[in-house]
Design a binder for this molecule. Structure first.
Ligand code: HEC
Ligand code: HEC
Ligand code: HEC
Ligand code: HEC
Ligand code: HEC
Length: 267
């Protein structure tokens, strides 16, 4: 009975095949369609196959809220879709400015750029296969579609990723230095904001502009330590914050002096 049904099925499939109706026959059930697909199609199909991955994407920084869909990193076809996403170029287009510049001018970035053509990007992001990390090696490690360098991942994930290439002691020191540098930068940020608040007024928006600079330079320190860029830790980071504080102090003093003069009783 079973046999007959099976035989009949096969005969039918063969017949349809001859007629050209079954394009890739039954055994190619797993064959990947080439695309192109819309983001909604990628999500619908992969939510079934890789529910964890799609959940990570939804909860991570690139979810629907920031409108960075699957195709933004992978392209809209299956051809080399992972290889494309692993290259720094797939991130730099959107994260231009300090986020990318701090990386491309770091040792990791320079080594990566010089070796880009020789690197086989079809390999998954694992130690031994890449000499220096690209953006996704650190931020989407092991195909994790959240952000594997977010502080809330803790040392277990973040330091472990670096330790594939560096000694754990070296990596611990790097993260300890990063923490110290960010604490110092936060003190400077607080000092600047307290000074600005003490002025009580900002007639020409000068202090608001100076405050924007403070925030930008605090972020440069983060990029500096996160992306191992001495330039961003120092020139664009800490000394820039020191310069901001001098300018803020000057401006606040001017406001206070002006107030003192205008508050003087009329003679
Ligand atoms: C109709 C279902 C379907 C759709 C739609 C679909 N995929 Fe896939 N995709 C698959 C299957 C099947 C595989 C291969 C088996 C696997 O790894 O899950 C695959 C594999 C992949 C891979 C791994 C390939 C590799 O080289 O490592 C990536 C990346 C991928 N898809 C991304 C996408 C993106 C991006 C889209 C939308 C532009 C998309 N997929 C649309 C079914 C689909
Ligand atoms: C921010 C860029 C980015 C976005 C957005 C993104 N991916 Fe990926 N994806 C990657 C990178 C990088 C890899 C390779 C990871 C690795 O080698 O460890 C990857 C790997 C994959 C793989 C292969 C996983 C494996 O374990 O081999 C699949 C499947 C995939 N992505 C599907 C999707 C789908 C579906 C979406 C949308 C819901 C999506 N990706 C959105 C960057 C992205
Ligand atoms: C289509 C544009 C686009 C692409 C491509 C893209 N991103 Fe993003 N990314 C964004 C947006 C938008 C956000 C959310 C807003 C923000 O924080 O800048 C974001 C957020 C992030 C964050 C979190 C920032 C934070 O403030 O917490 C990281 C880390 C990140 N992206 C890394 C990457 C990496 C690595 C790649 C390449 C594999 C990549 N992105 C590709 C647009 C993009
Ligand atoms: C060696 C690992 C590594 C590489 C390579 C790397 N990053 Fe980062 N990135 C980090 C770390 C660590 C941080 C700091 C995270 C923190 O503490 O908030 C960071 C911070 C960021 C942030 C800011 C996140 C925030 O909270 O504001 C963005 C955006 C970002 N990286 C994007 C990129 C892009 C784009 C590239 C490639 C051009 C890249 N990263 C390469 C490790 C890396
Ligand atoms: C895929 C391998 C790889 C990974 C992962 C990696 N690095 Fe590196 N790193 C390198 C290589 C290669 C160099 C260059 C060494 C040399 O020749 O000077 C380097 C250099 C450095 C430097 C020296 C920079 C300088 O200006 O001298 C620091 C600091 C550093 N890495 C920290 C980290 C941290 C922190 C992480 C994780 C967030 C990390 N690395 C992840 C391979 C890697």
């Amino acid at each position: 009975m079973q046999m007959t049904r099976c035989y009949r099925m096969n005969a039918l499939v063969r017949l349809l095949g001859v007629l050209g109706l079954v394009v890739h026959s039954v055994s190619a059930e797993e064959r990947v369609a080439p695309g192109p697909f819309t983001d909604n199609e990628c999500i619908a199909c992969h939510a079934e196959r890789d529910p964890r991955l799609v959940r990570q994407w939804r909860e991570g920084p690139h979810a629907a809220a920031s409108e960075v869909g699957c195709g933004s990193c992978h392209g809209d076809r299956h051809e080399d879709s992972s290889a494309k996403a692993r290259k720094a170029q797939s991130c730099i287009g959107c994260h231009e400015g300090a986020a990318s510049h701090s990386y491309t001018t770091s040792k990791h970035g320079v080594i990566n750029t010089l070796g880009e053509d020789k690197q086989d990007w079809r390999q998954s992001l694992q130690p031994g296969r890449y000499r220096a990390p690209s953006c996704s090696y650190c931020h989407l490690h092991n195909g994790d579609h959240g952000n594997t360098m977010a502080p809330d991942r803790g040392p277990e994930v973040r330091q472990w990723i670096c330790s594939g290439c560096h000694s754990p002691r070296y990596v611990r020191e790097q993260f300890a230095n990063a923490k110290r540098q960010l604490e110092i930068a936060d003190l400077k940020l607080l000092e600047g904001e307290t000074l600005i608040a003490s002025a009580g007024e900002d007639r020409h928006g000068t202090l608001a502009k100076l405050r924007q600079n403070l925030i930008r330079h605090r972020k440069n320190v983060l990029y500096g330590v996160g992306h191992q860029s001495p330039d961003y830790q120092w020139w664009h980071g800490q000394p820039a914050l020191d310069g901001d504080l001098i300018r803020i102090r000057d401006s606040v003093l001017q406001v206070l002096r002006r107030k003192l003069v205008s508050d003087k009783p009329e003679e």
